[in-house]
Design a protein around this ligand. Sequence first.
Ligand SMILES: [Zn+2]
Length: 78
Amino acid sequence: MKRCRQSGKKYVMITRGTGVGGGIIANSELLTMESGMAGEIGHMIVDIHGYRCSCVRIGCLEMIASTAGIARPAKGCI
Ligand SMILES: [Zn+2]
């Protein structure tokens, strides 16, 4: 991996709980979309055959990796 000496520090932070979120700092600035949202990695599509998310899309990471997403497969076994 080539290191870019001209850029600032880069960080990625991921949170997991009732949802999945995070933030990305690049060149010492928080990356945001035009809407002002940032780090919405929980709504990244990871399973096109997955469950419908609260954002209305299907297969978001949040539907698998959030607390409810992790518990969902176990509910049928208890
Ligand atoms: Zn979603």
